[in-house]
Write a protein that binds this ligand. Structure first.
Ligand code: AMP
Ligand code: MG
Length: 325
């Protein structure tokens, strides 16, 4: 199949309405979209991504009117979060209506919904006049795509169209908050920080990766310990003094906010996420930096842990899951 990289929204919307897949830019990462109300189209997403069926998809909508059509029982906190952070990198898990096929939600009685901010995503949703189910446009478990070329590399032979929208400004996936009970639960840290969420709704419960892995019925089935991984082995160093330097000359690549300490070290590849230590910039560069290190042919990536605040928490979550075996 020949894959076209274009900004032709009309062509993308036509394909979506015909039940085909379209990859498209969002502010978080590139998505692989299908008509969320067409189970056969949604089944193709799982097939192309090689994604297990127990991992439910996020449904993207163009405006708040769709919420009533697809969900019910909006809590006060959900309303506040939607008002403050939509359009943007926030996903709300809400009680679902029957209209949404079970395949989209892996049989759960809740659905994950987001209104994206990227103009390409918004124009596609508006032109298609449909909710679009879209996980990241990569093979399951691999690094998420933050540029059209990343999508083309992995899925180019299996899809017809990629709607190009430049490099993703946020660069990490959305923050997922479950709003089905009294206290909102953070299922996945993402592009909106926990501090911002708490600032909006007060108390938030944190779901740990271990909760997901150990619970008999995981809170969020897709939160597997191993995910978002480069091909190269990755380990996390909690601080600079933990970075193994001896004997690793030329084999190690370091990936860090700090630059000074590293000047003398002999790493064969290095990625500095943000020399000024800006965690938003660091998040936006995370997946491209990991991709570069993968491409550099090193046999081990050492990642220095980020400060556990703001988007540093999100980056650490992705690093932990990249390091899991
Ligand atoms: P992705 O589409 O890969 O960004 O992942 C979306 C994630 O949101 C999934 O891996 C799930 O863990 C989570 N999610 C989606 N729908 C639900 C739901 N109904 N309940 C709980 N978690 C969900
Ligand atoms: Mg994904």
């Amino acid at each position: 199949m020949k894959c076209e990289i274009t900004r032709d929204i009309g062509a993308g919307a036509d394909l979506i309405r015909q039940g085909e897949l379209v990859a498209f830019a969002t502010e978080t990462v590139y998505g692989l979209g299908a008509n969320a109300l067409n189970p056969e189209a949604v089944a193709r997403i799982f097939e192309v991504k090689q994604r297990p069926h127990f991992d439910p998809l996020i449904v993207h909508i163009s405006n708040i009117q769709y919420l009533d059509e697809l969900t019910y029982g909006l809590t006060e906190q959900a309303r506040k979060l939607a008002e403050q952070f939509w359009p943007g990198p926030l996903t709300l898990v809400l009680p679902k209506r029957k209209k949404i096929p079970d395949l989209v939600t892996s049989g759960l009685d809740s659905v994950a919904i987001r209104i994206p901010a990227h103009p390409i995503a918004r124009q596609l949703l508006e032109a298609a006049e449909l909710p679009i189910a879209a996980p990241s446009a990569n093979k399951f478990g691999c690094l998420s795509p933050t540029q059209a070329s990343h999508v083309a590399e992995q899925l180019g032979s299996e899809i017809k169209l990629i709607l190009e929208g430049g490099a993703c400004a946020v660069g990490v996936e959305s923050t997922v908050i479950q709003c089905t009970g009294e206290v909102p639960v953070l299922l996945r840290p993402g592009g909106i920080s926990l501090e911002e969420i708490e600032g909006c709704v007060g108390e938030v419960r944190l779901a740990q990766i271990e909760d997901h892995a150990e619970a008999k019925s995981p809170l969020s089935p897709g939160m597997l310990p191993k995910h978002y991984a480069p091909r190269t082995r990755l380990t996390i160093a909690d601080q600079l003094s933990d970075v193994p330097i001896e004997g690793s000359k030329g084999l190690l690549s370091l990936f860090s906010l700090e630059e000074t300490f590293l000047k003398d070290c002999q790493f064969s590849a290095r990625e500095i996420l943000s020399p000024s230590g800006d965690l938003k910039i660091a998040a936006a560069r995370l997946f491209t930096a990991l991709r570069n290190l993968d491409a550099a042919g090193v046999d081990h990536i050492i990642a220095l842990r980020m400060p556990e605040e703001g988007l540093g928490r999100t980056i650490n979550n992705r690093l932990e899951r990249a390091a899991a075996t």
